[in-house]
Write a protein that binds this ligand. Structure first.
Ligand code: XMP
Length: 510
């Protein structure tokens, strides 16, 4: 890949954000742990050193040999990176006496510096560090200071090496993206050619080359990632892609037939497998959330394994893994920390796990997956779908699962979700759904006393599901949805709205 940028990760919570900002500039980049420096650096046009929770002076602190990079490639060192670079070059890093967290304002020491093009002195930056660079290396020139941090930005003479104590990647550094652009585009000369169209073109060509005439199996979930992965593979290998879409009986109302039809309409070679009865039978009587998840995971593997046997000579298993999953499974300090876990390996791994894995989206962030999907003409309704958990309604029915409860919850959920769509609220919400509570309460309908079920509606805003807040839906909307549910769904006489944030609550109730 031409025009690639390497981000060397020292374990900062913001490393992924650096990658996001670089991608927003239409520049491709990869994150590698600092101790897994690729042997071949020829494809990288520039390198960024990330921040870190470590102190340069700490015993276990990352101290990689930068001699392959520094002075040889344009280099931008951020926060810990800047401190380590100073240390590596003979400068002095020591604990700071002043508070160096939060907002600060840059004051330029050196003017006419290309790194500061289109950035004005006084620009707000975000600091987060407890050590400080007391003395710069002798070959360094100070570029900018803040009130509390003298050595806030510097460069090394005679090379394209820049270092900044603040975080350009965070939103609160108002000119952070401009600084990244100045460094990557104007100083390092990286071309801004990373676009969804270019990604589709190169990925399809690579997939063709890699897979040839082999057969590939892919499990579709109805979600964005597996659908976009399927379309890329479909473009590359056509009918040799065999998609399997399993109905576990815990999908939303009418989801199985409608999504299956949509997939067929996209030209995919897809087989719908209705295994509802198998899942629901196995779940009977089980109320423990984790056990429900395990049962569903196991049955899915069994069903998928059976189905994959029906595709003769399949060589590959395609997955919709995306970049955050890849990064999370690699720790900055210890290399890959997660390997495939399987409670099936007692009797040998399922056969599909023995296939080679192909993951066409493993370098993309979620919003990039959506943009790639859009550039291939995927239905915006499919691309804009809320996340839905793999175990489906099973973890939204608190307690044991019965077919009757599934049917009730499907009706309630459909009224809520369609209501959000009709009111133009669906796209303003990150995820929404209904929970069927193991609670009966007294109500009155007509002259009759009722003793029926209670449902909780949940709608949250979030960016990644890690933290979330409840959405302030209009009272009139909640009133209408509540009325519709109670009037139309037999067995429900009470609706409540969940106003808990995550943390301390979670998005799902189980
Ligand atoms: P929580 O409830 O942990 O959910 O706040 C965060 C996000 O993860 C989804 N979720 C799951 N997804 N299998 C999945 O595929 C699961 O077991 C599972 N549990 C939660 C949840 O819907 C939300 O988007």
């Amino acid at each position: 890949m031409q025009n690639n940028v390497l981000i060397l990760d020292f374990g900062s919570q913001y490393t992924q954000l650096i990658a996001r900002r670089v991608r927003e500039l239409n520049i491709f980049c990869e994150i590698k742990p600092y101790n897994k420096l690729p042997e071949d650096l020829s494809t990288y046009k520039a390198v960024v050193l990330s921040g870190s929770p470590y102190s340069v002076r700490g015993e276990d602190a990352p101290h990689p040999d930068l001699s392959q990079i520094q002075g040889k490639k344009p280099l931008l060192a951020v926060c810990y990176g800047a401190q380590y670079l100073a240390h590596f070059q003979g400068g002095n890093v020591a604990p700071s006496n002043t508070r160096e967290y939060g907002r600060a304002n840059l004051s330029f020491i050196k003017t006419n510096e290309p790194f500061f093009e289109n950035v004005s002195t006084g620009s707000q930056v975000w600091m987060s560090h407890s050590d400080t660079i007391k003395d710069l290396p002798t070959n360094a020139t100070l570029l900018a200071s803040t009130n509390d941090v003298k050595n806030a930005a510097y460069k090394l003479e005679g090379e394209d090496t820049y270092a900044i104590q603040f975080h350009p990647e965070v939103y609160h550094s108002t000119d952070g993206k401009q600084l990244l652009e100045n460094f990557l585009v104007h100083i390092a000369g990286v071309a801004q050619t990373w676009t969804p169209d270019s990604f589709v073109e190169t990925t399809v060509a690579q997939l063709k080359e890699k897979i040839g005439t082999d057969k590939v199996i892919l499990g579709l979930s109805g979600g964005v990632d597996s659908s976009v992965a399927a379309m890329l593979l479909h473009k590359a290998i056509g009918k040799n892609l065999h998609c399997i879409f399993v109905n576990n009986g815990l999908l939303r109302k009418d989801e199985f037939p409608s999504v299956l039809k949509q997939y067929e309409g996209m030209g995919l070679n897809v087989k719908g497998v209705d295994a509802s009865a198998r899942f629901l039978d196995e779940l009977e009587g089980e109320s423990d959330p984790e056990k429900k998840r395990k049962i569903i995971g196991r049955v899915f593997i069994e069903v998928f394994d059976d189905e994959s046997h029906l595709v003769e000579d399949a060589k590959w298993l395609a997955q919709g893994t995306i970049y955050p999953d890849v990064i999370e499974s690699v720790s900055a300090t210890g290399g890959p920390s997660a390997t495939i876990k399987s409670h099936h390996n007692v009797g040998g791994l399922p056969d599909f796990m023995k296939l080679s894995v192909v993951e066409p989206l493993r370098m993309l962030f979620k919003d990039e997956v959506r943009r790639v999907g859009a550039s291939m003409g995927l239905d915006p309704l499919l691309l804009g779908r809320h996340p839905f958990p793999g175990p489906g309604l099973a973890i939204r029915i608190l307690g044991d699962i019965t077919r009757e409860k599934v049917a009730i919850l499907q009706e309630v959920d459909a009224i809520f979700i369609n209501g959000l769509k009709d009111a133009g609220l669906y796209d303003k919400v990150w995820q929404a759904g209904a929970m069927l509570l193991p609670v009966n309460s007294v109500g009155v309908m007509g002259d009759e006393r009722t003793y029926e079920k209670c449902v909780a509606l949940r709608a949250v805003e979030s960016t990644d599901g890690m933290t979330a807040d409840w959405v302030n839906l209009p009272y009139e909307f909640l009133q209408k949805v509540s009325n519709d549910i109670i009037n139309k769904v037999r067995g429900v006489n009470r609706v409540v709205y969940d106003i808990s944030s995550k943390p301390p609550a979670t998005i799902e109730w189980e």
